[in-house]
Design a protein around this ligand. Structure first.
Ligand SMILES: [Zn+2]
Length: 134
């Protein structure tokens, strides 16, 4: 699968980097999971990003893998569902079902602040621009 523009900000695990705290912050900003340049030093080495199957088979997303959803992904997904009300597995299933373009359109609606048009941060649970809580 060839990814262009905003699609490059969707990580193999289904995480939308646009709504990540590390991407939204001003200092030591992360360029996104797929972008190799200027990675913040504090960045955690992700088990999924460095997954052997993903690398070896040159998979774009975890749903292309025969082990999908594997233990690591389920673990991450559970943490995000519980703590942040967001599911990576659901994201991946939507990409598969609706296609990337439709998925991105829905993501845009879901995470855009209705007050100011800024981006809602999944980790913080509020708009990064005006501070409005969701
Ligand atoms: Zn706002």
């Amino acid at each position: 699968m060839i990814l262009l523009n905003e699609a490059l900000l969707i990580a193999p695990c289904g995480m939308n980097c646009c709504i990540c705290m590390a991407y939204l912050r001003k200092r030591n900003k992360c360029p996104g999971c797929r972008i190799e340049a200027n990675k913040p030093v504090t960045r955690v080495i992700c088990k999924i990003k460095t997954c052997d199957i993903l690398t070896k088979d040159k998979l774009t997303f975890c749903f292309e893998c025969e082990s999908f959803p594997c233990k690591s992904l389920k673990h991450l997904d559970k943490r995000y569902r519980t703590r942040y009300g967001m599911s990576m597995i659901e994201n991946l299933e939507n990409i598969k079902k609706l296609g990337m373009e439709e998925f991105l359109k829905n993501e845009k609606i879901r995470w855009t602040c209705t007050e100011c048009g800024g981006t809602i941060c999944v980790h913080k649970g509020y708009c990064y621009n005006c501070g409005r809580e969701i």
